[in-house]
Design a binder for this molecule. Structure first.
Ligand code: SF4
Length: 369
């Protein structure tokens, strides 16, 4: 499986926790930026001519803040330059504060068949505190526009002043909106963001409370018919995100735009995070790659283990042998013996028991020297 990612680095304003490449003051450059993305795609066409792509993911930033015609042209450019499967999952991230009936209709007409909506919390005072531009009413209006569509909702845990009841409420609002998929992830206070100062001042929810919130959220999601398939991702039956699955299976992907990363043929490369630099590179007919790394077999194994153990399915033992020519259980016999109480085995897969999935990082680290 392989995927295409496109980064749209514009937002109406900067959320207080955000360290993504997004430039609210540069939205006036959206048209020129999109022209550069189309150009970058055309430039990669010949090297990717043998690839079949199963997913296209338009993320950001806030893709829904730019003119819907640019998005339609973007989908058309992806289809023109690459072998995008007719049944491809084509997702766009949308912010409830920037969507309209006209936009949703244009997205659907262009071939977009999945939407990812950033709710984050259903509590208005918390939305305000993290600097989101929308409130709960905007989300409800957005959900009405998406009625009958395949859409996902993002929820955050660990916000300032958030309680378990708030998590249960947010999860219920997301589930009741008609979403088929919910991502529930913990806020990480990134250095350099305003929320990092709150964290240094001891104002953020502490780790143990976040773990309790996660547990409560998982329980509520289960009651509401959402099955967990990865530590932070839950869905109705058969509604897993193909884009996410490709990533967790170490599938190949190509990224376009500022800060987008790619992994093709075990070479990982990342575009510049600097918008001006991106323009300069693409307009002078170069790529905008700032970092490139060949992943050796040890690195491939480590990534495979790390990503697969985030999923409920875990490591498929025959797939591991096929990929690396050695049995996972033989190779890591001592580690598996030491950590036996955390693991279970079923249908040819080894996985972290559900009750330990939240602390998967501290378990997985044992597999690496
Ligand atoms: S909408 Fe997303 S990308 Fe934009 S500022 Fe907020 S968190 Fe960052």
């Amino acid at each position: 499986m392989s995927g295409i990612y496109v980064h749209i680095p514009f937002c109406k304003s900067k959320c207080r926790y955000c360290d993504f490449a997004s430039f609210p003051d540069k939205i006036g450059f959206a048209e020129s930026y999109m022209a550069c993305v189309y150009r970058e795609m055309a430039k990669r066409k010949s090297e990717l001519k043998n690839y079949k792509f199963d997913t296209l993911y338009i993320g950001g930033g806030t893709p829904s803040v730019v003119d819907e015609n640019y998005i339609a042209m973007l989908v058309a450019a992806a289809k023109k330059n690459f072998a995008l499967s007719p049944s491809a999952e084509i997702t766009i991230e949308i912010n409830p504060g920037t969507v309209s009936a006209g936009k949703v209709a244009a997205y659907k007409k262009s071939g977009i068949n999945r939407f990812s909506v950033g709710l984050q919390t259903a509590v208005d005072s918390q939305l305000e505190d993290i600097g989101r531009i929308h409130n709960l009413k905007d989300f409800e209006a957005c959900a009405r526009l998406l009625k009958g569509e395949n859409f996902s909702v993002d929820i955050m845990i660990g916000l300032k002043g958030q309680s378990i009841a708030d998590i249960e409420y947010s999860v219920s609002v997301a589930a009741g909106s008609g979403a088929s998929h919910i991502s529930m992830y913990a806020l990480t206070p990134e250095d350099g963001t305003p929320i990092y100062t709150d964290y240094l001042n001891g104002e953020m929810t502490d780790g143990d409370e976040v773990a309790e919130m996660y547990g409560a959220g998982v329980k509520k999601l289960k009651e509401l018919g959402f099955e967990r398939y990865e530590v932070s991702n839950f869905c109705k039956k058969g509604k897993e995100s193909k884009h996410n699955l490709n990533y967790w299976k170490r599938g190949e992907y190509i990224g376009f735009g500022v800060s987008a990363s790619s992994c093709i043929n075990n070479v990982r490369f990342t575009n510049t995070f600097d918008l001006d630099e991106y323009f300069k590179c693409i307009l002078s007919d170069n790529f905008a790659v700032i970092d490139s790394e060949k992943i050796d077999e040890k690195g491939q194994k480590e990534e495979y283990i790390m990503l697969a153990l985030r999923t409920v399915r875990g490591i498929n033992l025959s797939e591991y042998r096929r990929l690396f020519g050695v049995g996972f259980e033989e190779e890591y016999a001592a580690t598996l013996e030491k950590l036996a109480s955390f693991f279970a085995k079923k249908d040819g897969c080894i996985f972290i028991k559900p009750e330990h999935l939240y602390v998967q990082n501290s378990i997985i680290i044992n597999f690496f020297n």
